[in-house]
Design a protein around this ligand. Structure first.
Ligand code: ATP
Ligand code: MG
Length: 384
């Protein structure tokens, strides 16, 4: 069996492969790119595995004029840049000691060792440079069935690295076939060991949650996370049902999914803190919450907090039985594009700088919003 795809034949990929040389088993594609190619999903990043030690990988890349970065030498990972593409090339390895967060590794020349240290059977499938599948653990059958199964005993594998709990649900959200259900042994292990998530840096947990909630339909994964207690171990107070309702509504209306909207819907106090979200994401989250708290027309909320925040508020309200006006999408576009025609400069001569000016400006802005952005600058300044 062979995989194919533009990513495989792209000039940058070809340049990388010829730099690292032959024979065919010197370097193999692995993980997400192979999995996604088989499923017909988009291939975003390309990971490769090799029996060569990292120094040799770096040497060969540099000899061929490519840029090689020692990203994680201790774990055998080298990033190679070819054109505008980056490739992560990791030496076959065996994790010999782990503490739930990081591993002490030994390099190996045996692909089975490398496959066995990977998280799920569908992530342990390799492809040769021509696309020929190499599948030491027979993971392809789980992949065809879209069944997410830990490599080895789920409890052992989670105790080695608690991030795998989040990865389990993330991979399910994106790739599982809900009709086949969720692997009971994997799910039970995630539930039993959920407190271990506290050992993982919250940024890493947050990054996995972002990916999970960005899936087109994460409803089944969210339900399982909630039922197993994992959701609350990750984001205290979060509920799955309101997020599921938002997903259903997004689908029905054809609105593009938004992971922050789904997170907001889960209704916990401070998800940004629990997930240590980067500042821009936290700001977007707060804007959505403010828009939700302000019961105004969609256009007004879009003007005040931006289109995305307004959309989040309207959709979450709609799942709570507050129907939006028919033209809500047009209102949001209009509100987000509107520009208030007055600034402090227009008032400073009359009122003087100070708190009174700010108050007056706020009042004028509210009048203008209430007029559906119709009041002109002249009308506002003449006080009509
Ligand atoms: P995507 O890149 O599409 O998000 P991916 O499966 O490629 O998905 P990466 O984080 O890029 O995910 O990891 C690449 C591969 O490395 C995985 O497919 C898996 O084989 C392995 N891997 C990643 N993280 C872990 C982990 N915590 N434990 C074991 N193996 C892992
Ligand atoms: Mg990847």
């Amino acid at each position: 069996m062979r995989v194919a795809g533009d990513w495989l034949n792209a000039p940058n990929t070809t340049a990388l492969l010829s730099a690292l040389g032959s024979p065919a088993d010197t370097v193999l594609f692995v993980g997400g790119c192979v999995r996604n190619a088989v499923l017909g999903h988009r291939v975003a990043d390309i990971d490769l595995a090799t029996p060569m030690v990292p120094e040799e990988v770096m040497q060969r890349a540099r000899d061929a004029g490519l840029w090689a970065i020692p990203t994680g030498l201790a774990h055998g990972t080298v990033t190679i840049v070819a054109g505008n593409a980056r490739f992560e090339v990791t030496t076959f390895r065996k994790d010999i000691e782990t503490d739930g967060r990081r591993a002490v590794v030994a390099f190996s020349t045996d692909i089975r060792d490398d496959a066995q240290r990977r998280d799920f059977s569908m992530n342990a499938i390799y492809a040769e440079p021509d696309g020929t599948i190499v599948d030491p653990l027979d993971g392809r059958f789980d992949l065809f069935a879209r069944y997410v199964r830990f490599v080895g005993d789920p409890i052992d594998r989670i105790v080695e690295d608690y991030l795998r709990i989040l990865r389990f649900f993330r991979i399910i959200a994106w790739y599982a076939d809900a009709r086949h259900g969720i692997d009971p042994a994997g799910l039970a292990a995630c539930g039993a060991l959920r407190e271990g998530i506290g050992q993982i840096a919250r940024e890493r947990v947050g990054a996995e949650m972002r990916k999970l909630l960005s899936a087109p339909d994460p409803r089944a994964a969210l339900a399982a996370m909630a039922a197993s207690g994992v959701l609350n171990a990750v984001v205290p107070g979060a509920k799955a049902e309101p997020a599921q309702a938002v997903v259903a509504l997004e689908k029905r209306l054809g609105v593009a999914p938004s992971w922050l909207r789904r997170l907001t819907a889960m209704g916990c106090d401070d998800p940004a803190e629990a997930l240590k979200l980067p500042r821009a994401q936290n700001e977007a989250l707060q804007a959505g919450k403010k828009a939700l708290a302000k019961a105004e027309r969609p256009a007004a909320r879009a003007f005040r907090y931006g289109a995305e925040a307004a959309r989040t508020a309207i959709l979450i309200e709609a799942t709570q039985g507050i129907d939006p006006p028919d033209d809500w999408q047009a209102q949001i576009a209009r509100g987000a594009a509107a520009t208030f025609p007055i600034s402090g400069h227009d008032l400073v001569d009359k009122i003087g700088a100070g708190p009174a000016l700010g108050k007056r400006l706020d009042a004028m802005r509210n009048d203008w919003i209430a007029s559906d952005f119709a009041l002109t600058r002249e009308a506002l300044l003449s006080g009509r």
